[in-house]
Design a protein around this ligand. Structure first.
Ligand SMILES: [Zn+2]
Length: 248
């Protein structure tokens, strides 16, 4: 089984061999490594060297590169702000659904009326594997991820609105999950809560956020490794056909 990982702030490198994959949407640096029964393909979401801010991430190239590497499943690692006081910085969060407030809305279908089914936003098989692996490592929260365009953080009024229906806020999940679905790839995410959103606490000093990253990086890597090890070789989910079912 070939598994794609898209790493974000906090998890940015992977041991393995780097290749450059040219896609119709741009070139992507992909690290590949054998892990047990699986081959892992790691893409740094913000480009090699972390050069792209959230609103400039080339999501189409990232997902196309993984599709071109013939991966079946993708795990996206994201960093989020908590919208709830009971989801503290340092918590692992496994999104169960998302609300998309991004404005760029990248798609692989720029022509024709194509509507992709998102009634089950994440692959149930991969999501359960991430959840089980995360639970084995400590405190885990589940819920709704609100996705904003960034690159700025939210205002207190935006946070007051978002926390009515979402648990965390971030800037990258929605386009990634959508494009994965459009390519028939399984997708689920593991998020690390780095701070409470604006207005819910005093602004955290950069050193404190960096300390949370340092503490959580090995935990997230362990969860990732355990998730990969626990995934069955064959897909029993419906993600591959979700696009055809949703298309008009
Ligand atoms: Zn699936």
């Amino acid at each position: 089984m070939r598994i794609g990982i898209i790493g974000g702030t906090g998890i940015y490198t992977y041991e393995g061999n780097m290749v450059s994959v040219d896609t119709a949407y741009g070139s992507v640096e992909v690290v590949h490594a054998v892990q047990g029964d699986h081959t892992v393909f790691f893409v740094p979401r913000h480009g090699a060297g972390h050069v792209l801010p959230p609103h400039r991430v080339n999501h189409r190239a990232n997902l196309q590169a993984l599709a071109d590497c013939h991966v079946d499943r993708v795990i996206g690692i994201t960093t989020v702000g908590s919208l709830r006081e009971d989801i503290a910085p340092g918590t692992l969060f496994v999104p169960a659904d998302f609300v998309d407030f991004t404005v760029s809305r990248p798609t692989f279908f720029d022509r024709g009326a194509v509507h992709v089914d998102m009634s089950q936003p994440f692959c149930p098989e991969v999501r359960q594997a991430v959840l089980a692996a995360a639970r084995a490592r400590g405190e885990v929260a589940e819920g709704v991820y609100a996705c904003t365009s960034g690159p700025r953080f939210e205002t207190p009024a935006e946070v007051a609105l978002l926390r009515r229906f979402a648990h965390v806020v971030g800037m990258t999940l929605a386009p990634e999950a959508t494009l994965a679905r459009e390519r028939g790839l399984c997708y689920a995410s593991l998020s690390v809560v780095s701070n409470l959103a604006a207005g819910l606490q005093e602004v955290l000093p950069a050193e404190e956020i960096a300390a949370i990253y340092d503490r959580m990086r090995p935990v997230a890597m362990d969860v990732l490794e355990e998730t990969i090890a626990s995934l069955p070789r064959e897909r029993a989910c419906g993600c591959r056909g979700a696009f055809e079912r949703g298309a008009l």
